[in-house]
Design a protein around this ligand. Structure first.
Ligand code: GLA
Length: 660
């Protein structure tokens, strides 16, 4: 029989479904840049192409039907004034076929032409060029395939979009969750609300409380002051119609606070510059109503924009920055900060706020520069429990340009904090003033990991410090942040936590609310890793829009217990095989939490027997923490585990030595 010869055709990349691409920012542009403008590289405009943002990946099924791919690649001119750097890469069936080398703004478009015969799966990648992916607007211009016997190709995103719930509902009988150790300084106000699930009404008890503390049996809120330093072993109790529960709880009265990573909510990732006292109160109410409080979630933190702004057109945030005696004035959306703090404390929760050591915050509101003492006193008087202190315009102070545009001087911050004494100084000043207040204030340093902050953050009174740049709700962001945490791990300990930034699950959007763009498996991986990292857990979503899937992520007490483990160790990656990375965290009871993490684009389906490389030997009970059930006993008859991990997914297991 005669068959027609296969016809050679041109298939343009922009004719394919580009929405399958994942990228670090914005949406894929069809014949447009990522900002929706004409594609322009070094002054030359291209009619066709794919505009994206690093870190970007587009998977195309070619099925051996393409003979070649060609394109002109480069950084889009629309980011003039910034310093992007990115690298274009092409992979065929997992093998690197071509790379552009690092490209910067103004580099003329580089031409690529790659032979593809036999290639089944092609991946177009734009990687970060080594300086973070800020402003990496990247174009695959005039991109096209020469194909034989095909006039289109299918793009795929192999990460599943179907949400599924793993966390079992808590039983109706009482169960006490949350931290089992709590630090307070002698004489400071004490506030701790027992976190317990189970049917209501419930009554609470606490046996062995040190002198000066009392419990409200109806709410489980413990208040008072402990005047003497010491460790007090308390037994917490909870009782309802179905039964009773108890839990050992250690109160350590001494110098250290934040003995387990702070857990709560922060306004930035959902409201950004639109935050108000009303929204903060509603978040606090929702934390109670949703039941999150029963799992240990405690802090309600206001981020940027509670102060007045230097030049916003929005009059609700304009006004005197400070009163005549130099005291910071909250903007009209907030008014009386003490009333707000009282409201949150009344619920048994704690409250935080935000400032900058520079004259302006990152968003252009009043910072603390020159007023550190007054500001620390205001926070103390109002009753705040947590300060996030964000470098931002301090870069300008160093350069003597404090009065310039905060955004401009803010961008200098990413270039480093100068020499070590310069980097440390502003944080030490505020740390010392916070310490003078008659209450315990968690001190959260935010300077994106400059000058190896993990090595000195504790010495200025810091409870936690950001290790990396701002998170966004993209896989690229979560992955790149996760991969950078190991360097700081050795410095994590009770009272000193590395902070990879806030959670991006639920409805987020920095003022433009949308469901997190992380896929369900990526969200399981995100929460598992942040728990393994002993990271502060700050929910970044709109608390009034919590859906069942998000609640399932945030209420798994066995997963949270990994984060809150009193030993305070941070997991590190101890084993890699391709894109399988295995993180191990030692726990106080001698067991280990192990995250088998799939960072790749293929499912992991294999058996695993390298337990010694994880520091694990002998008989072990293996428990799946998300599903809250034992899955294996190793060492007796079984010597391997079968791993089935979805793309960008995780198995979070606990290995406990067993005598059975
Ligand atoms: C910086 C921080 C963010 C947030 C904003 C507020 O970007 O890293 O977490 O606090 O400032 O302007």
């Amino acid at each position: 029989m005669w068959t027609a010869p296969l016809e050679a055709q041109t298939v343009w990349l922009d004719e394919l479904d580009l929405s399958a691409a994942t990228q670090g920012f914005g949406m894929p542009g069809k014949n447009k840049s990522v900002d929706g403008k004409p594609i322009t590289i070094a002054g030359k405009t291209f009619k066709r192409g794919f505009g994206t943002h690093s870190v970007s990946s587009l998977l195309i099924l070619l099925d051996g039907k393409a003979s070649s791919f060609s394109a002109m690649v480069g950084i889009d001119d629309e980011v003039a004034g910034h310093e992007p750097a990115a690298e274009f890469q092409i992979f065929g069936d997992g093998k690197k076929l071509w790379s552009s080398g690092i490209m910067r703004l103004g580099d003329s478009a580089r031409s690529c032409s790659v032979a593809l015969s036999g290639v089944k799966k092609l991946e177009l990648v734009v990687a970060d060029g080594g300086n973070g992916n800020y402003y990496d607007h990247a174009d695959w211009a005039d991109a096209k395939f020469e194909a034989l016997g095909a006039n289109a190709f299918v793009t795929i995103n192999p990460v599943s979009s179907t949400p599924y719930i793993l966390t079992p509902a808590p039983p109706a009988t009482p169960r006490i969750n949350g931290a089992s150790v709590f630090g307070v300084r002698p004489g400071s106000p004490f506030l701790f609300r027992i976190a317990a699930t189970g049917e209501r009404p419930m009554t609470f008890s606490a046996l062995g409380l040190p002198k000066g503390l009392k419990i409200d049996p109806r709410t489980g809120i413990i208040t008072g002051r402990v005047s003497n330093a010491g460790t007090f072993n308390v037994t917490l109790g909870a009782k309802n119609a179905r039964g009773t529960a108890s839990k050992k709880f250690r109160i350590v009265c001494g110098d250290r606070i934040g003995l387990t990573p702070p857990m709560g909510w922060n306004s930035w990732n959902c409201f950004a510059g639109e935050v108000s006292a009303d929204k903060v109160k509603r978040a606090a109410d929702a934390l109670i109503k949703s039941g999150l409080v029963n799992h240990g979630w405690t802090y309600i933190n206001i981020d940027d924009f509670w102060q007045n702004h230097r030049d916003s057109e929005d009059q609700t945030i304009r006004g005197k920055l400070r009163d005549d005696s130099g005291r910071i004035v909250a903007n009209s959306r907030f008014g009386n900060m003490k009333l707000l703090a009282d409201y949150v404390h009344g619920l048994g929760l704690k409250i935080g706020l935000y400032s900058s050591p520079g004259p302006w915050t990152c968003g252009g509101c009043a910072g603390s520069y020159g007023y550190e003492k007054q500001d620390a006193e205001s926070y103390g008087k109002w009753g705040f429990d947590y300060l996030k202190y964000d470098w931002c315009s301090y870069g300008g102070v160093i350069d003597g340009m404090a009065d310039n545009d905060p955004y401009k001087v803010g961008s200098l911050s990413y270039q480093g904090g100068g020499d070590l004494p310069t980097a440390v100084k502003p944080f030490k000043i505020m740390g010392d003033y916070l310490r003078e207040q008659p209450r315990d204030i968690i001190y959260s340093l935010c300077q994106y990991g400059m000058s190896d902050v993990w090595k000195w953050g504790g010495s200025v009174g810091g409870t936690s410090w950001r290790t990396t740049n701002d998170i966004t709700d993209t896989w690229a962001s979560v992955k790149s942040i996760a991969l950078e945490q190991d360097k700081a791990a050795a410095w994590a300990k009770p009272g000193n936590w590395n902070d990879p930034d806030m959670l991006v699950v639920g409805t987020v959007g920095w003022g433009n609310p949308h469901p997190s763009r992380l896929k369900p498996d990526e969200q399981y991986l995100h929460i598992s890793l942040w728990s393994l990292f002993s990271s502060p857990l700050l929910i970044g979503c709109d608390m009034e829009k919590l859906d069942d899937f998000t609640l399932n992520l945030l209420t798994n007490d066995e997963v949270i217990a990994v984060n809150q483990d009193p030993l305070g160790k941070q997991a590190t990656c101890v084993y890699t095989d391709g894109e399988l990375r295995v993180y191990v965290k030692e726990l106080e009871d001698g067991s280990r939490a192990v995250g088998f993490c799939n960072f790749g684009l293929e499912k992991v389906e294999r058996s695993f027997r390298d337990f010694e490389k994880l520091g694990i030997s002998g008989r072990q009970t293996v428990r799946d923490l998300w599903r809250q059930k034992d899955v294996a006993t190793l060492g007796a008859t079984q010597s391997k585990l079968t791993l089935n991990i979805p793309v960008h997914g995780v198995l979070l297991y606990k290995f406990s030595p067993s005598n059975r």
